[in-house]
Design a protein around this ligand. Sequence first.
Ligand SMILES: [Zn+2]
Length: 106
Amino acid sequence: MTLVDFLRDRLDYLIATGRRAKLGPDTRGVVADDDIAPLLHNEDGQFDLPERVIADAKAKLHIVALHAGHHRCGPRDYDNDNPCPTLRYLALPHAGDADYNPAWRP
Ligand SMILES: [Zn+2]
């Protein structure tokens, strides 16, 4: 799995989770993954953050697309075998996931 594929999987998951959360409070049990639920609730426990989670994940998917494959970031060239620091930092919040490759650490 490349870092690009890893990021797309995680961001697609966040978008899907945010969309399920928009269905209403009855879905709370469906989306109650410990790492996701806090992102979807405000301080009063209401579902007011799914839109932000979805928008954030979509924006990051655009960033991933700009940095996928062979490209130049700053003075250096990067590719899927040697991902750029932008992708490495985007993946860092998911470093605890089983599919995360420690070699991707920035
Ligand atoms: Zn880049």
